[in-house]
Ligand binder design. Structure first.
Ligand SMILES: C[S@@+](CC[C@H](N)C(=O)[O-])C[C@H]1O[C@@H](n2cnc3c(N)ncnc32)[C@H](O)[C@@H]1O
Length: 225
């Protein structure tokens, strides 16, 4: 990869691939193209179970949340003031007047930092558009509660070597030894519990001309050495 083609975060966030109006920002909580299917978990059921077990709050952070439709649906079906939902997206396409307990933040996940820890952190088809994906994974690990759960869609093929050294095996080993599980068939990454971690790769930049990924939409490759 010629480093001259690689974009930093500011350039990436202006890219038509990231600001693409055609991407699906309207996924629902359940259903054939919903969060439940993409994440392999029933978010509302998880919240209900924890709250029924006596949790004082259940905090859900959804990164790259799009319009936030799934978040609003979750708030409505759980219908419990102890459920707190935060959605973050670069683009302010959120539903107006979210109910109490639901907060939408217009920001880049690359620079945003939360004030709270979360029982659940998700990112549904959002990591595909981020530059330094590994830095964000490390940050997410530190934002979880001790028994918090992280689930996101991720194509490890989008994390590439900026030099001639193969990255795939080293990357999988580093993720596993830092507490992440990767399901290659479903292209899903998960972890349980908080940790301060540093993944041993140096970010070189992003390629927004990578073309469509497995979702069929143009996505961003991230380069490391
Ligand atoms: C394919 S959409 C998915 C939206 C939502 N999760 C859904 O499934 O309906 C990807 C989202 O990632 C957002 N995004 C891309 N880069 C981002 C960044 N750096 N920070 C926050 N959001 C970002 C886009 O604006 C878009 O809303």
């Amino acid at each position: 990869m010629n480093d001259g083609r690689l974009l930093d975060d500011a350039a990436l966030e202006r890219s038509s691939v990231v600001a693409n109006n055609a991407m699906n920002r309207e996924r629902r909580l359940i259903g054939s193209n919903g969060y439940g299917r993409d994440l392999g978990i029933d978010v509302a059921e998880l919240a209900r179970e924890r709250l029924a077990a006596g949790a004082q709050t259940f905090r859900w952070l959804d990164l790259c949340c799009g319009s936030g439709r799934a978040l609003l649906e979750c708030a409505a079906v759980v219908d419990d003031a102890r459920l707190r939902i935060t959605g973050v997206d670069l683009v302010d396409a959120f539903a107006s007047d979210p109910p109490s307990g639901v907060e939408f933040v217009t920001a880049s996940v690359a620079t945003w930092t939360p004030a709270d820890r979360f029982d659940l952190i998700t990112c549904v088809h959002g990591l595909h558009y981020l530059g330094d994906k590994l830095k964000i994974l490390a940050a997410i690990a530190s934002w979880l509660t001790d028994d918090g759960l992280f689930v996101a869609n991720l194509d490890l093929a989008s994390i590439r070597s900026a030099d001639e050294l193969p990255l795939d095996r080293r990357l999988r080993t580093a993720l596993r030894s830092n507490g992440f599980d990767y399901d290659g068939r479903r292209r899903r990454i998960t972890r349980k519990g908080s940790a301060a971690i540093a993944l041993p790769f140096e970010y070189a930049g992003a390629d927004d001309q990578a073309g469509p990924n497995y979702t069929g939409q143009p996505a961003v490759n991230s380069y490391y050495r």
